[in-house]
Design a protein around this ligand. Structure first.
Ligand SMILES: [Zn+2]
Length: 371
């Protein structure tokens, strides 16, 4: 295990944000897996899982079971972790710019596409190396005028050439689920069955350039641009893993989740070890099929069923109660599908989001991610 600490350029005199990373295996060994957690710095299931995973990987390395290279960033957002307002952590948006920390990663297809036009040829393996070199140069040259941009660049310099990119998040109240592109169905199934995810939500490009898509989408977009004459191979397997809800944090759960990620890494050929997933196949639905439920009035939020419940359209799944007027409205499932997440707070304003139901039929287009 080696420490790969990096200080971000400072925006304020006397203040330096330090990004800690850990490397396992020989630098440059393949396959390369990159895992980070806490990019949304108020989501702590992931950082605790990565903490436990680092112990397991150190043991595997000591036993000579590392085949490829693994990079872990246990707390990917030291800026956000320090943002507390009135005794509450505010780690999702940068309080300086109000940008979501998991949006607006560099668009490598846009940055490199024109330069690559004259370099690519008929050999996809050779094209892969040319593209990776172009991505590295683009990231090194990328201006980072503030700490938020510098953080995004620093993370991608660790990860842009990985074969597996896993970004560990959590939801508010939710079942274990994941987001990825449709590019790698076998890896998706293996990951979901290793980690125990009940649901995989797929989108080729969901908008906003979140961290996982900043790795997968450029290869898809470049392949579309250059076509068969200059074949661009599939990009890395990149996924956002949602480890249940914000308060689902325990050492026992994290240790189990870390062991499951070792199963994934073994199946991916990164380490030697047991690689048979213990969990059943997930539901695989389009992200465009996920329906949002919003509040028709403000009040107190109550639920009659928890996340993980299969629901039918029109089924009452909760209520919003105005304790002043006494008005009480039913919260109903908008589609047939799986209720997979609910909002954190037990109170709401009219129009606010309350929950999502995943379904098999696309019902949305455009930007598919929430703020
Ligand atoms: Zn998140």
């Amino acid at each position: 295990m080696r420490a790969l600490t990096q200080d971000l350029p400072s925006d304020a005199p006397g203040r330096v944000h330090r990004l800690g990373a850990l490397g396992f295996g020989a630098p440059g060994a393949r396959p390369k897996a990159y895992l980070q957690a806490g990019l949304h710095a108020d989501e702590m299931p992931g950082p605790l899982i990565v903490h436990h995973l680092s112990r397991l990987l150190a043991a595997a390395e000591a036993e000579g079971r590392l085949i490829g290279e693994v990079i872990l960033v246990p707390l990917a957002n030291p800026i956000g972790f320090g943002q507390w307002v009135q005794n509450k952590p505010q780690g999702r948006q940068d309080l300086n710019s109000m940008l979501n920390f998991n949006r607006d990663f560099p668009d490598l297809a846009e940055l490199c596409g024109d330069d690559l036009a004259g370099q690519l040829g008929p050999d996809p393996a050779q094209n892969r190396e040319i593209i990776l070199a172009a991505f590295a140069a683009a990231l090194h040259d990328l201006p980072a005028p503030d700490e938020g941009t510098a953080l995004r660049r620093a993370l991608m310099l660790f990860s842009y050439d990985a074969d597996h990119v896993l970004d560990l998040h959590c939801d508010h109240h939710a079942i274990l689920h994941l987001y990825t592109s449709p590019a790698h169905p076998t890896q998706t199934r293996h990951l979901a069955q290793s980690m125990g995810a009940e649901l995989a939500l797929l989108a080729e490009v969901s908008g906003g350039n979140a961290f996982d898509e900043a790795h997968s989408a450029p290869w898809h977009l470049l392949a579309q641009r250059f076509g068969a004459a200059k074949p661009v191979p599939p990009g890395p397997f990149a996924a956002t893993l949602e480890y249940r809800g914000q308060f689902d944090v325990s050492d026992a759960q994290a240790a189990s989740d870390a062991a499951n990620l070792m199963t994934y890494l073994a199946g991916a050929g990164v380490i030697q070890g047991p690689c048979e997933p213990a969990h059943p196949a997930p539901l695989v639905y389009p992200l465009a099929g996920a329906a949002e439920i919003t509040a028709s009035q403000g009040g107190i939020v109550t639920w009659t069923v928890p996340p993980g419940t299969p629901v039918t359209r029109g089924q009452i799944i909760g209520h919003v109660t105005d304790p002043v007027s006494g008005a009480r409205t039913a919260t109903c499932a908008p589609i047939d599908g799986l209720l997979f997440r609910q909002e954190l707070w037990r109170q709401c304003l009219r129009g606010q989001s309350l929950a999502h139901v995943a379904g098999p039929v696309p019902i949305r287009s455009g930007n598919l991610l929430s703020d």
